[in-house]
Design a binder for this molecule. Structure first.
Ligand code: F0G
Length: 458
């Protein structure tokens, strides 16, 4: 008999969690104005709000924390982290920041100016925010296949290179860099192929442009290249990662994802002029150049986390779990962005709650239903997150309306995945009876989804 698949780690420490009653959840979600960001974490049984900063560190990471050098300047921990990042990515210059969006803030302060255009595949919200707040435009050139959740494509995160070239030609002289997000979070944690990264590089070189990787989940991207792209099956993750970054000029990193730390980030590059620009903003925004908002101990844990998570076994365990959840949803016929991505399942709410009008936010409705059903907290990646058009102030209903179930790294077991799938099945079975969603009673002018207040629309 062939042995079944099992995790490449065992558990040394546990944290109790508690299932609440339906009655408790009804009250809590009402008090939270039907916005799961407003719940207390203790009111949640299985927390799939994000995979960011929610992973379980290894014994080696915890051990490394004891070795943190908390010197203000020139700490040994900084140099350990810098050396590891250079070994893994090939970038010799490393500027720490407290998280990914801070890396964007620091680097974009130097590079992005009013009237600029930054093309790429789907920009993450904070990336887009840091471009738009500088009165520049983020132009999404993701391949059209990403918009059809039921279409199978191995690299749905890819850049449409023809469209990229059109945008470059139409905006000559106004492009500070091209940005490629690996994996493409917004499109469903979908990977970008090495071939596509190479094509982007080729276009950039032809127009004399630079390429920045938003690298939050670069290791998961490398895993998909190894397992899906021809010619990479026998290459190690670390070899693939080096090849990926050889095609970029620099990276911004949210270390809360693929470096498996609770907080941290950095900018890395091979260009002194980018580094010089970033250093100007790093000191006033983040802190001195060898800590940039991070503790010495956190830089130690980051270095170990990066090293561990660029090994196949660790990534294989992780992606297997996401695919396991996907296989349960397949069994129940529940539609999601296909194939399953690296860090999350994106359930297609528009195909499930088809009776809920889009003005009443189907994906948000599904998010609330899942919480009511089993205390599971997912996250709407849909019409509420899309905000209003900055000019017309109309809701933007032109994108996908999804419920994201982000799976923290090394945190939950496959039994939890079974509970998630069963809860979704229960909702799926009664989907025809759900005919109303929510209306907004209060919203912030920008990034409303964190604080929006809602009430039932019926
Ligand atoms: N880039 C990508 C692709 C991200 O997914 C995120 C964060 C960031 C940048 C910003 O990094 O949070 O460290 O400041 N994504 C989280 C998520 C919040 O839930 O997807 P950060």
């Amino acid at each position: 008999m062939e042995l079944p698949f099992a995790e490449s780690w065992r558990i040394k420490m546990v944290e109790p969690i508690r299932m609440s009653t339906q009655q408790e959840r009804e009250q809590w979600i009402r008090e939270a104005h039907y916005n799961v960001f407003q719940l207390k974490a203790e009111q949640v049984y299985i927390d799939l709000l994000t995979d960011s900063g929610t992973g379980a560190m290894s014994d080696r990471q915890w051990a490394a924390m004891m070795m943190g050098d908390e010197s203000y300047a020139g700490a040994r921990s900084y140099y350990n982290m810098r050396d590891t990042i250079e070994r893994i990515t090939g970038f010799p210059i490393v500027i720490p920041t407290h998280q990914g969006r801070a890396a964007e803030n620091v680097l974009f302060s130097a590079l992005v100016h009013e009237g600029d255009v930054v093309p790429g595949n789907s920009h993450f919200d904070t990336t887009k925010g840091h471009i738009e707040s500088r009165k520049a435009a983020a132009v999404d050139c993701t391949i059209a296949e990403a918009r059809d959740t039921q279409l199978e494509h191995p690299f749905k995160g890819n850049v449409d290179v023809a469209r990229l070239e059109e945008v470059i030609q139409a905006n000559a002289g106004r492009i500070p860099f091209i940005i490629v997000t690996i994996t493409n979070n917004t499109a469903g944690g979908q990977p970008v192929s090495m071939e596509n990264l190479r094509q982007v590089r080729e276009v950039a070189d032809r127009y004399g442009l630079r390429v920045l990787f938003d690298s939050a989940r670069f290791a998961e991207n490398a895993y998909f290249i190894k397992t899906r792209e021809e010619g990479y099956a026998d290459r190690t993750i670390k070899e693939i990662v080096r090849e990926m970054f050889s095609l970029a000029d620099g990276m911004t990193m949210s270390a809360k994802k693929d470096a498996i730390v609770n907080m941290g980030g950095f900018i890395a590059t091979r260009h002194e002029d980018w580094a010089e620009g970033a250093r100007r903003y790093s000191v006033p925004f983040e802190g001195y150049l060898t800590y940039g908002g991070m503790n010495g101990r956190d830089m130690e844990a980051l270095a170990v986390g990066l090293d561990e998570n660029t090994e196949f076994d660790n990534l294989n365990t992780r992606i297997h779990q996401v695919q396991y959840l996907a296989s349960k949803l397949d069994e129940y016929g529940i539609p999601y962005q296909r194939p399953a991505g690296g860090h999350a399942i994106f359930v297609d709410a528009s195909l499930i709650l088809s009776k809920v009008p889009k003005e009443e936010f189907p994906a948000q409705t599904l998010t609330v239903e899942l919480y009511r059903e089993a205390g599971i907290r997912g996250c709407e990646i849909g019409y509420i997150l899309a905000d209003r058009d900055p000019v017309t102030r109309e809701n933007r209903f032109n994108g996908l309306d999804l419920l994201r179930l982000a799976i923290p790294r090394r945190t939950y077991t496959d039994n939890h995945m079974d509970v998630i799938a069963a809860a979704l099945k229960n909702i799926y079975d009664r989907r025809e009876s759900i005919t109303h969603g929510f209306r907004i009673t209060w919203e912030a002018p920008l990034m409303r989804h964190f604080t929006v207040k809602l009430e039932p629309a019926d």
